[in-house]
Ligand binder design. Structure first.
Ligand code: ADP
Ligand code: MG
Length: 319
């Protein structure tokens, strides 16, 4: 049996890790951007891990080791921010080639520290082995005020669906790079997570939150699966990055679809009541309303004129 036969990455995780535990310290186990554990008074501990492998997640032809270091940290920070949390401590495990130069590692760590300093993260440990290709994995710990914890499961029917910034920059950057166009490539080569401060501000007003790692379509599906709701995304309201507009000149794809299924944008998708949109806008305005949480029975779809188009999952390595 192949992994694609059981529904790809998410089917596999469900099969291997669907064991319930009654440990009272686990507030949320598998199934959100971070695991949530009991911690000190008024706060929960957040734990997340993300891995980058050479030639799958990065390509040294295009990306400098500095940029790989930045991307590794930012991908993890984004998962903490998407829970309403603040990143604190990182462990970095790596498989490196035997002939790796010290200069390469210095550059990788310059990227790690550039991102860590930006987010006030301390590197507290890791593991180093040698292998035939580069693989880097960060485990990031953070904390969240109990009242700011935002899970994928907290969306309510009637909530508006919003997304920060503009979408598609990462995938479009890669398309442009493969056509020898370096402009617009920074979102792919050196992505930035939203800051913890922005995440906390959103969390004050939002119900559910998730970050865009596999694509808007996939993230909205996760919110709906966990919250037992449906969702309508308004096609024309999907905010497009400049890179998307440029990239579709090279591929025959509708720019909105490119943005909808683009992974690694590290923007935040969130849902909130209509009244809270104006309240949030007073404190943070870089977001767009793109749809609505609706009843489970109505499904998860894109509304384009009179058409209702089912939302597919996002990028999956195994499908
Ligand atoms: P994200 O894109 O937000 O980093 P993922 O899609 O990687 O999240 O993972 C979804 C959920 O599945 C998370 O809760 C994660 O901790 C869990 N998960 C992923 N891989 C494994 C695994 N190999 N074993 C157990 N849990 C896993
Ligand atoms: Mg995530």
């Amino acid at each position: 049996m192949r992994i694609s036969d059981i529904g790809g990455e998410f089917g596999l995780i469900k099969r291997l890790a669907d064991k319930k535990t009654d440990d009272p310290a686990i507030v949320k186990g598998i199934g959100d951007d971070c695991s949530v554990l009991k911690y000190v008074d008024g706060k929960y501990l957040l734990v997340t891990t993300d891995m980058l492998v050479e030639n799958i997640h990065f390509n040294l032809k295009w990306q400098s080791p500095f940029q790989v270091g930045v991307k590794l940290m930012e991908a993890n920070v984004s998962d903490i921010v998407a829970m309403g949390g603040t990143p604190k401590y990182a462990l970095l495990s790596m498989s490196i080639k035997k002939d790796t130069s010290v200069e390469f590692m210095d550059e990788l760590y310059r990227g790690i520290y550039a991102s860590s300093n930006r987010h006030n993260i301390a590197l507290i440990g890791g593991d180093t082995i040698h292998g035939t290709e580069y693989a880097f994995s960060v485990t990031l710990l953070g904390e969240v005020d109990k009242k700011l914890l935002r899970l994928r499961s907290m969306a309510r029917v009637g909530d508006l669906i919003c997304v920060t910034g503009r979408l598609g920059g990462s995938s479009a950057g890669l398309i442009l790079l493969s056509h020898d166009k370096k402009d617009y490539s920074s979102r792919y080569l050196e992505p930035r997570s939203r800051s913890a401060e922005e995440g906390r501000t959103i969390a004050k007003h939002a119900n559910a939150m998730i970050d865009v790692s596999d694509g808007l379509g996939s993230e909205v599906r996760h919110i709906c699966d966990e919250s037992n709701t449906g969702a309508r995304i308004d096609f024309e309201k999907i905010p497009l990055s400049d890179a998307v507009i440029e990239a579709v000149k090279f591929v025959s794809q509708d720019p909105h679809y490119l943005a909808l299924y683009s992974g690694e944008d590290f923007e935040i998708v969130f849902t909130l009541s209509k009244e809270n949109v104006a309240k949030l806008r007073k404190e943070f305005s870089d977001f767009n309303v793109i749809g609505k949480i609706i009843d489970d029975k109505e499904g998860v779809y894109i509304s384009k004129g009179k058409q209702k188009i089912e939302i597919k999952g996002g990028y999956d390595h195994f499908l």
